[in-house]
Ligand binder design. Sequence first.
Ligand SMILES: [Zn+2]
Length: 244
Amino acid sequence: MDRIVCVNCGRELGLLSLKDRLADGFVCLQCLVPVGITRLENSAAFSSAEVRALISARTPLIENFSPTRKIGSHLRIDDVNKAFKVRKEVFAFSNLASFELLEDGEIVTSGGLGRALVGGALFGGVGAVVGGVTGGKRSRSVTTSMSIQLNLRNCHRATATIPFIKSEIKQNSSVYKSIRAAAGECLSALQTIIDSQEQADHTERSETAFNSAADEILKFKQLIDAGIISVEEFEAKKQQLLDL
Ligand SMILES: [Zn+2]
């Protein structure tokens, strides 16, 4: 058998070494654990280049994580480093694609990138909440499970869960109300992450559009210099291109 090495650190890996198999090699757990990855979900779908990129993107997030906002023990957000922490795992803002509140397996409310904001405050007193109400009318008087599921992208896992209720609780109890309020606060906070991400995406798109316009203008400038178009034609084209 060929000797195998970690695609990130280059260390030689024995049969018994803890490692994840990639599409084109192996990565050792000593490289993953320090960046908060205890298991690379669906690891065979990752190339070695993707895993190296993932490790280097996560290193500063993990090292610098320092929450600026906390919602109990459920969710910690670092607005400076644009990262959030759920159950000991840190993710980048850009990892969050969408989220939904599940109660007894039904989606009660959801939010995410590119979704219209619909509906008002579902959870009284915690500010505007997010997303459309898709769950049906509920008539039960107890809840046996409640959690927020996060759908992630460009990440070592596809989903993460914030648990709130794991055993039967009466819906008219004060415990239930306070848990539901905390879940509502988490939903609002998650929406702020999505909003800041959409803002960042928008800025990036504008910059890209400006850069490609600038490139075009340079090409037309060369056409004047070569005597192919007139200065007037160049000015007209420039106006058109800059009118983003
Ligand atoms: Zn390694």
